[in-house]
Design a protein around this ligand. Structure first.
Ligand SMILES: NC(=O)c1ccc[n+]([C@@H]2O[C@H](COP(=O)([O-])OP(=O)(O)OC[C@H]3O[C@@H](n4cnc5c(N)ncnc54)[C@H](O)[C@@H]3O)[C@@H](O)[C@H]2O)c1
Length: 255
């Protein structure tokens, strides 16, 4: 798919990786709808991007809200052929912390946003994409999810986050297999450690030890490197049903 044909919903598009994807699409002639719970950042991001961007205040965990806004976004964009799921939360916490066992609500809310939310927007987007006119090879749309290397080697304190991201990796292939008959591809990116507000919120010593742990290049990933990978996936129709690590060869240690 050419980037100037992109009409995309980007969840978590107000910040970090999602925002970088929105910038990349708009810079190359695409149109974007930003879905985010952060009203202020969402409005500001859409304003900065200009006429090719719209913000829809959306909680990815709301089934009705997502269906309504996916429809509204399709109407505003004049179509919908790409979904990039970037909305996510860290949900850090030990199974057995100083205060006792983790409240189930903490685990559940992390899985709800990162995994259930990704599925929720994907199914609503696919329901509309299936009606698109078929392009080359019969392609009607592309869904890109964001997992994490924590899906494979989660650290202490990441039981909930890793479970949620492992679920995203797990649903990629069955969803790609099922949606193949509609010409909709499903691909997941598993980032290592990227410079975004999510990482900004970590203590400096944690950030430094994270950078030092990355073999090459020995630095945090840049959001535009994530956006380039999204663009690469869109441009290469043979990539489907796969999770791509984007991580400078990092393998997270237990802590
Ligand atoms: N930054 C990293 O190092 C890194 C590494 C691996 C994976 N990831 C994943 O990449 C994705 C983007 O992360 P980021 O670093 O850009 O984080 P970020 O915090 O900068 O952006 C995440 C965005 O998601 C939004 N969001 C949170 N809950 C939401 C909800 N219920 N509905 C709608 N929007 C919601 C937030 O408001 C925020 O704007 C996340 O899924 C994250 O888990 C990030």
């Amino acid at each position: 798919m050419q980037l100037n044909q992109v009409k995309a919903i980007i969840t978590g598009g107000a910040s970090g990786l999602g925002h970088a994807v929105a910038q990349h699409f708009v810079a190359h002639g695409g149109k974007v709808a930003l879905f985010d719970v952060n009203d202020d950042k969402g409005q500001a991001a859409a304003k900065e991007l200009g006429d090719a961007a719209r913000f829809f205040r959306t909680d990815v965990t709301s089934e009705d809200g997502v269906v309504a806004n996916v429809g509204a976004a399709r109407d505003a964009l004049g179509g919908l052929n790409v979904l990039v799921n970037c909305a996510g939360i860290l949900g850090a916490g030990r199974v057995l912390g100083k205060e006792g066992a983790m409240p189930l609500a903490n685990f559940a809310s992390t899985v709800m946003v990162n995994l259930v939310g990704s599925f929720n927007v994907a199914k609503a987007a696919a329901a509309l994409m299936q009606g698109n006119e078929a392009g080359e090879d019969g392609e009607r749309g592309v869904i890109i999810n964001t997992a994490s290397v924590a899906a494979y080697e989660g650290q202490i304190g990441q039981a909930a986050y890793s479970a949620s991201k492992g679920g995203v990796v797990g649903m990629t292939l069955p969803m790609a297999r099922e949606l193949a008959r509609f010409g909709i591809r499903v691909v997941t990116i598993a980032p290592g450690i990227f410079w975004t507000p999510m990482v900004d919120s970590m203590p400096p010593q944690v950030q430094e030890s994270l950078s030092a742990s990355i073999p090459f290049p020995s630095r945090l990933g840049q959001p535009n490197e994530y956006a380039n990978t999204v663009a690469f996936i869109l441009g290469n129709r043979y990539i489907n049903g796969e999770t791509i690590r984007l991580d400078g060869a990092v393998r997270l240690q237990p802590k």
